[in-house]
Write a protein of this length. Structure first.
Length: 563
């Protein structure tokens, strides 16, 4: 499925919904194996792409479970050269995912209409798509369906879409359902066709196919029939005739039949930019600064001319290393690397300013009245011991562990230990976790008696993202915020988490904030049927792999009223 206009775009049909949640639908963008993609607008008039899942799929329990996990993981992907997931309906029918709307043709369409991309734009595709994969893999997921149709050529550079969601279509025993492969034959890795595990190395293979297509105008394993294509993917050498020599060696390495022999995404980036940085944020800046875009794009036309001449004037740049020796040869022209250096300096300045601002907006530690506190040294303090060992007191801490039968676990403050749950409330706890990088843990507030309504604050186990989730019973679940980084997070832990839940305007709004080790991570206000005051507690949630559990040890819990 695509998320852009201009390809198969059409008006809404009589059977199409006019709106979904807060989004007004204004047209169709395309249809794929999972459902239909609509062009929509949010309440602020910002355009979005809304992917509505087919009802027959949404009705399958296994699909819904996988879909929820994959969308939740996809929301943690950083924005570098991707179309980020902005919102989703994961509980009520119809299921849908909302992504940023990207204006521009797909790589597939651009090459079909105008032929292979010229050198600098081809290099931009190679680096941009690899940068997107670095962001995707950093969130603990695999794209699984990388192909030219899933690379959009925006005015600011290539953007990768539809990452991770394809996994929800997998059957329990392999990569097919009713005989249909998840993916496009020309870009599938050989290990998938052999029935082996799909890993980040599989995306590297697809990257090689995409870059080869962009540079030559045809897939490296072309054929007249699907069986012929599959045979060539598994057995034949790729056809790379006509590919730019600077890229050919890297692409060939990515297309190795054995995934163990392929370079990682970080190694790809290192080979593409020579001795330059492989930081995704900086490389995304590089690609944007050097991107030519499509000739008919009015934004590109406005950016050319004087701006391009100014960039060219900067090419007198230093072509030697600091030690006086010639600079190493790079797959990218020198200009983007110079721009990348400037971007690094700018980012450092912004980081210093941002740090100063954040430090002045820390948690309200000096204006508190404790309503309940527990250091978990007393095993009868009321949190309980689970029969299966999924929650228990361990060595002066309270331990929570997910299981094969449960994606998450929640324990709330024992009601008989408090007279009332304060509002406004600040919940503080320290936590240390063991398990997968995409496992998460955190704090809940405003939970009702049956646990079907609550706000959930979560941080990733690797510190590469956080989530503020609103669970609202029959009204569904909505993620109110999903920052891609966690300021203050200490990888080796433990980390001090503090969440504030504050009713405002006589209960018509709830102000929600999260700090980690004193640094603010998120600050949101819920004014759409906010939840009433209720229980506070702790939670742990496993990542996308059901075989990998997360174990969290909490200590020094405090629930206080903000004065």
């Amino acid at each position: 499925m695509t998320t852009h206009a201009g390809e198969n775009g059409e008006a809404l049909r009589p059977e199409d919904p006019a709106e979904l949640g807060p989004y007004r639908l204004i047209g169709r963008l395309g249809r794929g194996g999972m459902g239909t993609v609509y062009l929509g607008e949010d309440r602020a008039g910002r355009r979005v792409a809304v992917k509505v899942i087919n009802r027959e799929l949404a009705g399958e329990g296994t699909f819904r479970d996988r879909f929820q996990r994959e969308v939740t993981a996809a929301r943690q992907v950083r924005r570098f050269c991707t179309a980020p997931v902005m919102d989703a309906e994961l509980e009520q029918d119809p299921l849908y995912v909302v992504t940023e709307y990207i204006e521009g043709p797909s790589l597939e369409r651009a090459v079909a209409e105008r032929g292979p991309l010229p050198g600098s734009d081809l290099e931009g595709i190679a680096v941009g798509v690899a940068t997107a994969l670095a962001a995707i893999h950093g969130a603990g997921i695999v794209h699984r369906d990388l192909k030219p149709a899933n690379v959009l050529l925006s005015s600011t550079g290539p953007r990768v879409i539809d990452f991770g969601i394809a996994r929800a279509l997998d059957a329990a025993d392999g990569p097919t359902r009713t005989g249909q492969f998840v993916g496009t034959p020309n870009y599938l890795p050989p290990e998938l066709l052999r029935g082996e595990q799909v890993t980040p190395a599989s995306d590297v293979f697809s990257w090689g196919c995409v870059v080869a297509y962009a540079g030559t105008g045809s897939a490296p394993f072309a054929g007249n029939t699907v069986p012929e294509i599959f045979y060539r993917v598994v057995h034949d050498a790729p056809k790379l005739d006509g590919l730019d020599p600077d890229l050919r060696e890297v692409v060939a390495a990515a297309l190795d039949k054995d995934p163990r022999n392929r370079p990682s995404v970080q190694e790809l980036l290192g080979r593409l930019v020579g001795n330059g940085t492989t930081d995704p944020a900086t490389l995304a800046q590089t690609v944007q600064a050097s991107w030519h875009g499509t000739p008919t794009d009015p934004t590109v036309q406005a950016r050319t001319g004087q701006a391009a001449n100014q960039q060219t004037a900067r090419l007198g740049a230093d072509t030697t290393r600091h030690d006086g020796r010639p600079a190493a040869k790079s797959g990218l022209p020198r200009r983007p690397l110079i721009i990348a250096g400037a971007a690094v300096a700018a980012l450092l300045v912004l980081a210093v300013v941002g740090f100063t601002l954040l430090r002045s907006d820390g948690p309200p530690d000096d204006h508190l009245a404790t309503a309940f506190a527990d250091d978990f040294s007393n095993t009868t303090s009321g949190w309980g011991d689970g029969i299966m060992g999924d929650y228990s007191y361990v060595n002066g801490k309270y331990q929570m562990k997910t299981s094969d039968t449960s994606d998450s676990i929640v324990r709330k403050v024992p009601k008989d230990k408090v007279e009332a749950f304060p509002d406004p409330m600040l919940v503080t706890v320290t936590a240390a976790a063991e398990g997968p990088a995409d496992g998460r843990y955190g704090i809940i507030c405003r939970q009702n008696d049956d646990g079907k309504r609550q706000y959930v604050f979560l941080v990733r186990n690797d510190g590469k993202g956080a989530v503020l989730r609103k669970v609202n019973g029959d009204a569904g679940t909505k993620e109110l915020a999903n920052p891609s980084s966690v300021p203050g997070f200490e990888k080796d832990g433990p980390n001090k988490l503090q969440a504030a839940c504050e009713g405002q305007e006589s209960g018509h709004k709830v102000h929600l904030r999260l700090w980690v080790n004193g640094d603010k991570v998120l600050d949101e206000t819920d004014g759409d049927q906010p939840l009433p005051n209720g229980f506070a507690g702790l939670t742990a949630e496993r990542g996308g792999n059901a075989a990998q559990q997360i174990t969290v040890q909490f200590d020094d819990f405090d629930m206080s009223k903000i004065q």
